[in-house]
Design a protein around this ligand. Structure first.
Ligand SMILES: [Zn+2]
Length: 306
């Protein structure tokens, strides 16, 4: 179980399982001789991709960021991806029932990020998996999902969001909003035009008992180098940086609709996340769901384990 505290917030990673993804598509223009040093490919050239959701307990609300792949894939897509569908079981094992979730946030609306938003009820109707939750998703993504390009139309399953928009249970975001105190969203274009990252920020002085509480610091970290802001911010960066193997600026996914914007958005993210030592949460890393991202002595990007 991956869990830590951020001020008076508790952060936990819950997985919907793993699925095979074509390694070439996952690493775009990066040659296999390079990416295969970081991640192993099977005989079909597939790598193992994770489906990490982030649960935040604020003390007042329970917030779920991203809802995995879900259980509504067509037989054809299930043949490709296997449809692991483990999120609800994993939440239950962690003592979290669907009724406990107050807020759900989707970074974008590709099927592997919002799959458990809804389930079919016994009459075949699509209903909210988390019945009490207020759902949030980027408005630009929802607009795009209604008329997607031929290139990524396969990535949208409208039953994941349209029933929630129609019922008023999903609020569409412009980007930049604070959802609850300490949890806000910011647009990072590149993978798609309006993908949101979720930024979780706690003032160190705001711990429940007034004590300074900080994130676990990776072993071997040079305390002198660490900024005063260390341990105050985490960011669910979604498909801007899907795994710890994608932290280099040029290592974008082949799926990215706007690859040059991915590079600009990563630069913008690192400009704050590196000096302020943000904890970066990776959606698709099957082994390292979160890490501190920074530069080593040679200026190369490295992910340091929590
Ligand atoms: Zn995506």
């Amino acid at each position: 179980m991956h869990r830590l505290t951020l001020g008076d917030f508790e952060l936990s990673v819950f997985s919907d399982g793993t699925y095979p993804l074509d390694g070439g598509a996952f690493f775009g223009v990066i040659p296999k001789v390079m990416w295969s040093r970081k991640i192993e490919a099977d005989e079909n050239n597939c790598v193992t991709s994770g489906l990490n959701s982030l649960l935040i307990r604020t003390g007042r609300q329970t917030v779920l960021v991203e809802t995995g792949m879900g259980n509504k894939l067509s037989p054809r897509m299930a043949k490709f991806y296997g449809q692991p569908a483990q999120l609800l079981d994993n939440l239950a094992a962690g003592g979290v029932a669907p009724e406990d979730i107050d807020i759900v946030i989707n970074s974008h609306l590709h099927f592997d990020h919002c799959g458990w938003n809804t389930v079919r009820d016994k009459n075949g109707k699509f209903v909210a998996t988390f019945p009490r939750a207020k759902y949030y998703a980027p408005e630009g993504e929802w607009q795009y999902a209604r008329h997607p390009s031929e290139r990524d139309s396969i990535s949208f399953i409208s039953e994941n969001y349209d029933p929630l928009v129609a019922s008023g249970q999903m609020t569409l975001l412009k980007g930049g909003e604070e959802i609850v105190p300490g949890i806000s969203v910011k647009t990072f274009p590149g993978h798609t035009a309006c993908m949101l990252a979720v930024i979780i920020r706690r003032d160190l002085a705001s711990g429940r008992d007034g004590k300074r509480t900080a994130l676990a610091v990776p072993s071997g970290a040079n305390a002198d180098r660490a900024s005063a802001l260390e341990g105050t911010t985490a960011c669910y960066i979604s498909d801007l940086i899907p795994t710890s193997a994608h932290i280099d600026l040029a290592w974008g996914m082949g799926f990215d609709l706007y690859p040059l914007q991915t590079i600009e958005s990563k630069k913008q993210y690192y400009a704050r996340a590196v000096p302020e030592r943000w904890l970066t949460v990776f959606t698709h890393d099957a082994k390292m769901p979160w890490a501190y991202v920074g530069k080593d002595e040679l200026g190369k990007m490295v992910a340091r384990r929590v």
